[in-house]
Design a protein around this ligand. Sequence first.
Ligand SMILES: [Zn+2]
Length: 279
Amino acid sequence: MLKYELIPAQLLHEGTITQENLFAPVPLAEVDIINTHDVAYWLQLKNLTLPAREQRRIGFPLSSQLVEREVRIAQGTIDGAKYAQQFGVAFNVAGGTHHAGSNWGEGFCLLNDQAIAANYLLNNVLSKRILIIDLDVHQGNGTAEIFQNERRVFTFSMHGDKNFPFRKEVSDLDIPLEDGTDDDTFLNKLSDALTFVFEKHQPDFVFYLAGVDVLESDKLGKLALSKNACKQRDLMVFEACLKHQVPVQISMGGGYSADIKVIVDAHCNTFRLAADLYT
Ligand SMILES: [Zn+2]
């Protein structure tokens, strides 16, 4: 997708980041894939033998380039998590593939990058208690399923109730939103939820999925958030992480406004805010 090239280009152009802030991930080790996804599913991806019906659920035909791309993106989220532990915050300019479950791909997601990185941190004793804050407009169903029996990972998803995926999984905290939810309603619910989840789970690491498909201009979102409220949303998450001194890795997630400039600008706002708050 074009936005993944435009976001870093814009951030470099305006001086929010420099080349030294960028890194290029290598492909993920297989062990890190199968710690999150079923071996049989991974082999079907790797060997391009996923049945046609399951490919349709993903939304595009499987290819080795696509698999290679997702394998790098997920490593980018692991690397980002480690950078976040060092610097407080780190981003993946892609990622947020939260519809991928332990044995399925769905909604343009093959492998679940933040779930893979969360398991990496746990397995390498780099974290004991993880909070996943998923504010993409679509429910983080894959993430919820992957961690349904993992008490060390708290999954929080705030999403359009009547939006994709239509069969939702159960997160540790789900906040379903009505179509047309406005700025104040969204931000008030988020503020209460953040207070609750940080107190309840006491995380030592946060993954944040900052999809900008919550915007009113979004073709798929069905909510009615202004760009400013989207920025306020990010600010609330960063302030909560800073207050509790918890590092945060951010993946981009969705954004489907008709004007690509709106999408890129809204995603860049998340980076700009972090650059202001963490320096
Ligand atoms: Zn989405």
